[in-house]
Ligand binder design. Structure first.
Ligand code: NAD
Ligand code: G6P
Ligand code: MN
Length: 441
């Protein structure tokens, strides 16, 4: 069986150790020849990378392993690049959340003004990775889950249309896991129908692979509890703020009970509620820095100090198995059915061909083949159109360095109530992002 060479870009990510463990756990179906960690922050990456080296030496000494900040070393002779970078790191995430809140607007990593600010930073970092990959390994595939995925995907569509980049989000998979608990089965026994944009979509059907329709059962549960489960078995999305988000899906569902909503719709449908329930001084970025980041880096430092990862090692990121599903689909032409972010091209019949939409696809050796979803209802179509045009204008504004277009993107975003608010928050974000954004004129 072929063994694969994998580079993880964003080697210093809080998710890297869990994903490496997940890759090891899946070694039978996805064997690795070589693993390289790549980051542009040598110091941050080294802490995790040294601890991972100790773990690999103990568990799988035959895998070649390196960590580097040199793109030539990182990207040469690679089959897959798993990309999870955060341009500007948590310091900038904190500002993405706090600056909009200061203006009474939703402060969120991927939605609204903060999401657009992050998007304008991510495009540059992602293009850099794609260009390195194509220079050093033209046949390599990039499996990207760097955020904000909707904006990154649109930028790739426009600026790197022929690149082998697949954009995927873990929210559809994470929610499927919750649905499987509601139904009393496992996610691998289910399949879904879904349409939308990234962090902006709806499930139209949930069924067993044997054909049993579970949609009404899940709807009834969500109408009472949202996606909040009775027993928490997930490793991700368990902090208090996430529990609130799972619960809030009940109210999103009430707006249109035809479909099961993505939890991220709360930022667009209930922005006033979200702002009222946000702590302007302590946001999700703070929760993550004091929680996941601290925990992962403490474990790493302890592994380095004790010289072993045997006890008190990293936790496996089991929710990330979908990344291996995707890699296997490409490598072995498995025709896995996966919800992915792809160019519409008619899959949603009454939506623009050139919109990046999130829909189920059949994934094989040449990438995803989108599954037709037909016409969607006017309510969802109108919401999606407003949002997708906001994303498109943002990317155009980035490319052209156009203040006007970026402002329009902010005005169109449903989390921002007026053109004057849009201008106020944009002007603050321009100052905060001066080291990252192209100059806007
Ligand atoms: P993190 O800040 O811990 O890690 C990101 C790493 O990227 C840092 O070590 C940073 O130095 C590095 N980096 C930044 N710019 C870079 C560049 N140009 N080249 C190379 N490395 C660079 O962040 P995190 O919370 O672990 O999240 C990582 C990413 O994964 C984020 O984009 C996050 O939004 C995303 N994410 C996506 C999903 C999904 O479903 N799509 C799920 C979880 C996390
Ligand atoms: C979900 C989303 C990701 C997002 C993450 C944030 O998984 O699908 O796109 O990055 O949540 O999680 P965090 O724990 O960093 O707030
Ligand atoms: Mn996501």
């Amino acid at each position: 069986m072929k063994k694969f060479s994998v580079v993880i870009a964003g080697g210093g990510s809080t998710f890297t150790p869990g994903i490496v463990k997940m890759l090891l756990a899946n070694a039978e179906r996805f064997p690795m020849k070589k693993l390289v960690l790549y980051d542009n922050d040598a110091e941050r990456q080294a802490i995790l990378a040294q601890a991972i080296k100790i773990m690999l030496d103990e568990e799988v000494p035959d895998i070649e392993y390196e960590y580097t900040t040199d793109p030539a070393v990182a990207f040469t002779d690679m089959d897959f690049c798993m990309a999870h970078i955060r341009v500007g790191k948590y310091a900038m995430r904190e500002l993405d959340e706090k600056i909009p809140l200061k203006h009474g607007l939703v402060g969120q990593e991927t939605c609204g003004a903060g999401g657009m600010a992050y998007g304008m930073r991510s495009i540059t970092g992602m293009l850099e990775l794609i260009d390195y990959m194509e220079k050093y390994s033209p046949n390599c595939w990039m499996l990207n889950y760097s955020n904000p995925a909707a904006i990154v995907a649109e930028a790739c569509r426009v600026l790197r249309p022929n690149s082998k980049v697949l954009n995927i989000c873990d929210m559809p998979v994470g929610t499927l896991r919750r649905m499987s608990q509601i139904i009393g089965t496992t996610p691998d026994q289910l399949e879904v129908d879904y349409f939308g944009l990234n962090h902006f979509g709806w499930w139209t059907g949930v069924r067993g692979k044997d054909g049993t329709d579970y949609t009404d059962l899940v709807k009834k549960y969500v109408s009472e509890n949202g996606y909040l489960n009775q027993i928490e078995v997930d490793t991700q999305h368990t902090d208090a703020s996430w529990q609130e988000t799972h619960k809030k899906a009940k109210d999103i569902y009430a707006v249109d009970p035809r479909f099961l909503p993505n939890t991220y719709l709360k930022y667009y449908l209930f922005p006033d509620y979200v702002v009222e329930h946000s702590d302007k001084e302590y946001t999700r970025a703070n929760e993550v820095m004091d929680g996941r980041e601290k925990q992962v880096f403490d474990i790493a430092r302890n592994i380095i100090k004790t010289g072993t990862a045997k006890d008190n090692g990293f936790h496996i990121d089991s929710h990330a198995y979908f990344i291996v599903d995707l890699a296997c689909a490409i490598a072995f032409n498995t025709h896995e059915r996966m919800v992915m972010i792809v160019e519409n091209n008619g899959a949603i019949a009454n939506f623009p061909d050139d919109a990046m939409v999130e829909i189920p696809c059949i994934v094989g050796v040449n990438g995803p083949e989108p599954i037709c979803q037909g016409n969607i209802p006017e309510f969802e179509r109108a919401l999606m159109y407003q949002q997708v045009m906001s994303e498109k204008l943002l990317v155009e504004g980035y490319i052209e360095g156009s203040y006007q277009k970026v402002w329009q993107a902010f005005v169109l975003n449903k989390t921002i109530p007026s053109a004057s608010k849009a201008k106020e928050v944009l002007d603050d974000l321009i100052i905060a992002n001066k080291d990252y954004w192209p100059e806007l004129k």
